[in-house]
Design a protein around this ligand. Structure first.
Ligand SMILES: Cc1cc2nc3c(=O)[nH]c(=O)nc-3n(C[C@H](O)[C@H](O)[C@H](O)COP(=O)(O)OP(=O)(O)OC[C@H]3O[C@@H](n4cnc5c(N)ncnc54)[C@H](O)[C@@H]3O)c2cc1C
Length: 467
């Protein structure tokens, strides 16, 4: 009998721990090297904490429609302000949930026989990982395959250094015990938009500083427009075409200066300037692993790096910075290395969501790609306001958009904007993954009344009668 295959994974986030589970299932001897806690940034500082905070924000958003739905609050003109958010309690819950999730992952790995080594790992050639523990002790682990899944960290600038008190990265906001009076969010990508939307729902005055001409420059333009309208209607100051030059603090006041000479002051500033990969000091170069100019590890669609036997997954590859994609890249790497059936990563099947109020969920080909002629597709856009369930719920903002191929009617993409859009995208996601036609999507029963009825109705509108 041959020797058991040894897999060493550097990084315990979704890219790392999900692949550890697959490798263990396929009979490998697996070691996960992790420096900051299992679950990685996804569980400890990014997805899980932010979505837990947003769960509280969602409840506050729902409360704002309470009077319209017949619930009497003391002051009908300002319903949400009658309910007070205790940010210290919210943050304590956020951190507790994240820690519990991290422990759950630890227990699961243990059950599956995965060895977890605490410390910072680096490669010593493509087949050896050296781990340095907190006490400075080192351990060298031999590997038949290595998976690099070290993630990414918030980008900061020398002119906008976080101080952890009033100038904050998204990793530091959960240490706040007092509610900010006025929060300036710099950056209107997904992270900036989500936090701006959530903190406003919690009753905080929010200014969103965006260098582009609209929020969410990377998302569907119609969806971003709806979101910007809703945010401004609810009282957010959205400063478009405003490039931040510096962020400074004097006492309790933070000031964001813009490149055009204007400035805006508040009590706190959240920097959402994107992420940089955690790839420095990993010994990548000496192991023959190529990185791009941004420091991201170059991988192919089965997660192979340029060094034989070394794979990479997740944010350190910059392929698509989502926990779900990190996990899939990691699983694909293990299936590939350990000889299981594997299909290369297909980004056109990834569904994603912006957890603002309303949410924006997307899958498949985008409007941008259709407009640029990258794919020929027909589109239909159906406002949610006409949906009976949405009317009952007092929902007016949002839409369902579907793209299908003109000849075959095969659904190739979609966008949903509305409350719980993250749940409504799934039927479209199935249609895209399985190449279903608009007719097939339309013919599946939906519940009456339901918001998913609009998905079927949009599909119905893409029907071409046989002549
Ligand atoms: C605010 C925010 C919210 C987000 N929300 C969502 C969401 O709702 N849904 C979604 O799909 N995605 C979300 N994302 C993206 C998601 O968090 C990332 O895509 C995901 O964390 C990537 O997983 P990963 O395994 O590549 O890296 P990480 O989760 O970053 O894990 C990598 C781990 O490796 C450790 N590490 C680094 N270097 C070493 C080393 N040398 N040795 C040992 N360990 C090391 C790190 O400390 C870290 O713990 C969000 C991101 C942000 C910033």
């Amino acid at each position: 009998m041959g020797r058991v295959t040894r897999v060493v994974i550097i990084g315990g986030g979704p890219g790392g721990y999900e692949s550890a589970l697959v490798a263990a299932q396929l009979g490998a001897e697996v070691v996960v090297v992790d420096s900051d806690g299992l679950g990685g940034s996804a569980v400890l500082t990014d997805c899980v904490p932010s979505k837990t905070l947003i769960a509280t924000a969602e409840l506050m958003t729902d409360l704002a429609t309470a009077p319209e739905l017949g619930i009497g609050l003391v002051d009908h003109t300002a319903p949400a302000s009658q309910v007070e958010v205790d940010l210290a309690r919210v943050n304590a819950r956020v951190l507790r949930l994240a820690a519990e999730q991290s422990s759950d992952i630890g227990r699961r790995l243990e059950r599956e026989g995965v060895r977890v080594v605490r410390g910072r790992g680096h490669l010593d050639g493509p087949e050896r990982v050296v781990v340095t523990g907190a006490d400075g002790e080192t351990e060298t682990i031999e590997a038949d395959a290595v998976l690099v899944a070290t993630g990414a960290a918030p980008r900061t600038l020398p002119t906008a250094e976080p101080d952890g008190e009033r100038i904050l990265t998204w990793e530091q906001v959960y240490d706040l015990t007092e509610t900010p009076e006025k929060l300036i969010v710099v950056g209107s990508g997904v992270t900036g938009a989500e936090f701006a939307s959530a903190y406003m729902a919690l009753g905080i005055e929010v200014v969103l500083v965006s260098s582009r001409d609209r929020v969410l420059p990377g998302e569907d333009a119609d969806a971003a427009e709806v979101l910007e309208q809703v945010l401004t209607r609810r009282g957010m100051a959205v400063m478009n075409k405003s490039r931040m030059e510096s962020v400074t603090r004097e006492g309790d006041v933070v000031t964001v200066r813009l490149t055009d000479g204007r400035s805006v002051s508040g009590s706190h500033c959240l920097l959402a300037l994107g992420s940089i990969p955690n790839t420095a000091g990993l010994g990548l170069e000496s192991a023959g692993i190529a990185v791009d100019e941004g420091g991201f590890v170059k991988v192919d669609r089965v997660s192979r790096t340029t060094a034989r036997g070394v794979y990479a997954a997740g944010d350190c590859t910059g392929v698509l910075m989502l926990a779900s994609v990190a996990a899939m890249q990691g699983r694909i790497a293990m299936w590939h290395f350990l000889g299981d059936a594997v299909a290369p990563l297909d980004l056109k099947k990834v569904s994603s969501n912006v957890f603002t109020a309303p949410e924006i969920a997307t899958v498949g080909w985008s409007q941008q790609a259709v407009d640029a002629g990258e794919i020929v597709a027909e589109a239909v856009r159906l406002p949610l306001a006409g949906n009976p369930r949405a009317k009952m719920q007092g929902v007016r903002d949002g839409f369902v958009k579907l793209f299908c191929r003109p000849g075959t009617g095969i659904v190739v993409g979609g966008v949903v904007v509305g409350p719980r859009a993250s749940e409504l995208i799934h039927p479209i996601s199935i249609a895209v993954a399985e190449s279903l036609t608009a007719d097939q999507l339309a013919n599946a029963f939906t519940v009456y009344p339901s918001n998913s009825g609009s998905v079927a109705e949009a599909a119905r509108r893409l029907h071409h009668p046989k002549v």
